[in-house]
Design a protein around this ligand. Structure first.
Ligand SMILES: [Fe+2]
Length: 157
């Protein structure tokens, strides 16, 4: 009888892929909270456009964190949790005080760039592990954040 090759199963997923997924979960969640805060507190002549843009961003992030977290579960591991842990691990400052529209956007650009770095680390780790499904999530996140960074930077010019 011909020996079948063993497919990679969820249970054999390398733990470093899970660690990178959890890191992306933390920074994405923290960015979602910061974006929601900016949505509520932004003021000035660009209020309407920024208020709406920030809403579109936190809605995208809300869907994304669920997809990232459920990929952790599909790999037979558990997610990290808790706002304080997400914030601690995020690698950028929590927004807690209202500021100008420009400063909100500038702070969000910094946070989006950190999330891109986390997604790129996940892309590389999942690629090395031949986990194309996780890599697909990472690449999709990078594409969305890079497009969003372009839009936010355009506002700052
Ligand atoms: Fe709202």
């Amino acid at each position: 009888m011909k020996k079948k090759s063993t497919p990679r199963t969820a249970a054999t997923a390398p733990s470093n892929v899970v660690a990178y997924l959890n890191q992306l979960l933390a920074s994405s969640y923290a960015l979602m909270v910061n974006t929601h805060f900016a949505h509520w507190n932004v003021e000035g002549p660009d209020f309407f456009s920024l208020h709406e843009a920030f809403q579109a961003h936190y809605e995208n992030l809300f869907t994304a964190v669920d997809e990232i977290a459920e990929r952790v579960r599909a790999l037979n591991a558990y997610t990290i949790g808790g706002l304080s842990q997400f914030s601690r691990r995020a690698g950028f400052e929590e927004l807690t005080e209202a500021t100008t529209a420009r400063d909100f956007v500038a702070a969000l650009v910094v946070a989006h760039e950190k999330v891109v770095a986390d997604a790129a680390a996940l892309r590389d780790a999942s690629g090395a592990a031949n986990d194309a499904e996780t890599q697909d999530i990472a690449i999709g996140r990078i594409q969305w954040h890079e497009k969003t960074i372009w839009m936010l930077r355009s506002f700052l010019k």
